[in-house]
Design a protein around this ligand. Sequence first.
Ligand code: SAM
Length: 296
Amino acid sequence: MTSNDNDKRDPSADKPTILPGQLHVIATPIGNLGDISRRACELLCEVDTVLCEDTRSSQTLIRHIGSQRPLVALHEHNERAQVPQLIARLQDGAQLALISDAGTPLISDPGYRLVAAAHAAGIRVSPVPGPSATMAALSAAGLATDRFCFEGFLPAKAAARRAQLADLAAETRTLVFFEAPHRVAESLADMREAFGSERPAVLARELTKTFETVINTDLAQLCERVSSDSNQRRGEIVLVVAGAPVQEGAAALSAARKLYDALAAELPPSRAAKLAAKIHGVSRRELYQGERAEGS
Ligand code: SAM
């Protein structure tokens, strides 16, 4: 083939071959229906059945793209029970598409059990990538993206949320959280407490929609902005928070390990680790990892 032939090749023709009995995991828009991909539309018009969280909300998308394919509900309450019959259908050669209400299935959305069972049964699982609130927020946040941790939703109860944030205080990778509008002010206040007022942070709200807002500032300013402007407590929200400065994280971990060694001489190891981690704002997991690395 000459380089000229290469230029003429249709890049959209370069796609995986569809085998009988395949599960297609398809990303759908997070607000703007114009973000659906051509390949997602083709598959959603061709498959035997579309599995979705809520048939009524997915109907809008399915109608919008002109698909006539039947929708079947697959959500956290019925997934376990549905998996055996869906696997049997795939083994009989059916083409099934899995979508969620919005964005990429399985990312804080149902589908994990089905995908894991499909692999266990030797069924081909093929992704159709596209919108994802996590990636959209990270791409517009202006914080480091070379390494990041996706933390999903924080616990709703204040004590559990604060404990989780304390565990993340020395994390040096950028942190990504989903948050509900009615809890965003509380969560931001807890983050300011755990990570410090000056930690850079971004509120990414209503991405791809009319009231899209991306605010890049620090935790103190973000708390102020969200508590004084009720519009910032509406809609769908992703919070992106810079990781702890590398030096600070390493120094805190080293101090926590020293304290742990001293405390462990007097206290049970779990109590010593809990106290040392809390005092220096590091995670118990990191402390234990240090123990294992030194012991090995
Ligand atoms: N699987 C989805 C994805 O890949 O985007 C995420 C599903 S999770 C149940 C829903 C959460 O994603 C919302 O509560 C919000 O935190 C975030 N989200 C979804 N759409 C968003 C948008 N348009 N703008 C900002 N955040 C969004």
